[in-house]
Write a protein that binds this ligand. Structure first.
Ligand code: ATP
Length: 371
């Protein structure tokens, strides 16, 4: 990688986009800010150098939150047209929440981008996340006390509803993108919400220069995220292996659709992080209330571990030693088996009582969260 303030050369861009040459079509998510305008410019130049490349389409989401947004979208269209690229503006319609607006806008944005990709026949959505964004994401998750998966920050490639989300600029410093635009004499918009101290991200961003002065610059924070992502992947592979191990031990059990069951003693012998992930995967697969919050799965695991140990000492005569709901999944322990299945629909009013067993108050879970 060249100096942090040097424009990105055609050769460097070719390397950044190399893995995308064979894609069916690329949808460029361009807000009008410097990063995504640079993404558009770099992608257009790369595309011109190919004899046969994927079709490029540019999309701007107008969240309908700022009066300038429509003008910024028109400016992106003007730039895209100048580069010979088709452009669409997609409006986020409907009611906007009073709290958690950034998260809701982000969720709507990805949903609309994926829809637009489908419509354009594109297999990939490209966003312009930079190394600086990666460092900020790590910092945000650090202060929330996220687990290893959350601290891995953003991945270069992820998938959503059959469309690949690609971040080809994830190793590139923002300063290089700005230098690229300056060299190309291209203007860009400045989103004031990026500096709005009412939001966590801008407040944390303001701390970065102080961290950098102590050696914790974007490069080292992004490197930490990459190292944690590597460790996270290893634990995921170990968890795959542990799930296979539990399935082998359960060979005698007839498989039941919509239910995951495993032997409690085999489960109890696994490392805590692996036990946690097995639970999390099963709850997210069978629950119907969105991803479970890591802290709640940790609490559930502690209760489950205790119940497994207690029932090994004194079997509960066929009665469930544990029955608990979390994120729309029902987790029970009976006869030396852990069983995870969809919970019956929740009634209003919190805790639930069932004639047969000892129901516990369900853990309350909220919106989508990063483990
Ligand atoms: N209004 C928009 N229209 C199209 N693309 C957008 C828009 N806003 C953001 N993007 C895309 O998403 C990238 C990241 O944007 P930004 O950092 O502002 O969002 P964020 O809320 O931090 O996103 P994330 O949560 O995905 O990191 C941009 O570089 C751009 O590619």
């Amino acid at each position: 990688m060249s100096e942090d303030n040097s424009p990105i050369s055609a050769r460097e861009a070719k390397r950044l986009f190399a893995g995308l040459k064979g894609a069916q079509g690329l949808l460029l998510a361009v807000s009008g800010g410097p990063d995504s305008v640079a993404l558009m410019w770099l992608a257009a130049r790369w595309h011109r150098s190919l004899s046969r490349g994927p079709r490029l389409t540019v999309v701007t989401i107008d969240h309908g939150l700022r009066p300038e947004a429509a003008r910024e979208a028109r400016e992106v269209k003007r730039l895209a047209t100048g580069l010979g690229l088709p452009h669409r503006t997609v409006r986020w319609r409907g009611a906007k929440p009073k709290t958690g607006l950034p998260a809701a806008a982000r969720e709507a944005r990805y949903r609309l981008l994926v829809q637009a990709a489908r419509l354009a026949g594109a297999s990939h959505v490209l966003t312009a996340h930079t190394r600086d964004d990666q460092a900020e994401t790590l910092l945000m998750r650090l202060v929330r006390g996220s687990g290893l998966a959350g601290l891995s920050a953003m991945a270069r490639l992820t998938e959503r509803d059959g469309v690949v989300l690609a971040r080809p600029l994830l190793d590139v410093p923002k300063s290089q993108l700005i230098a690229t635009l300056k060299r190309a004499k291209i203007g860009f918009a400045d989103d004031p919400t990026n500096h709005d101290a009412a939001f966590t991200r801008p407040r944390l961003r303001a701390l970065l220069p102080q961290l950098a002065a102590e050696g914790g610059d974007a490069r080292s924070l992004a490197r930490l995220a990459a190292r944690l992502a590597r460790a996270n992947l290893a634990v995921e592979v170990l968890t795959d292996g542990a799930e296979r191990f539990l399935r082998l031990r359960d060979r005698g059990d007839a498989p039941q659709a919509g239910v995951r069951r495993f032997e409690a003693s085999g489960f109890a012998a696994l490392p805590e992080e692996v036990r946690l992930r097995i639970l999390l995967r099963a709850i997210n697969a069978f629950g119907h209330e969105g991803p479970a919050e890591l802290g709640k799965v940790e609490s559930l695991l502690a209760v489950l571990d205790q119940a497994i140990a207690a029932s090994a000492r004194a079997p509960a005569n066929g009665r469930p030693a544990l029955k608990q709901t979390l994120a729309g999944a029902l987790i029970s322990l009976a006869g030396g088996r852990i069983r995870i299945a969809p919970a019956p629909a929740r009634r209003k009013g919190g805790s639930r009582v069932d004639k047969g067993g000892s129901w516990h108050r369900p853990f309350r879970d909220r919106a989508v969260r990063t483990p």
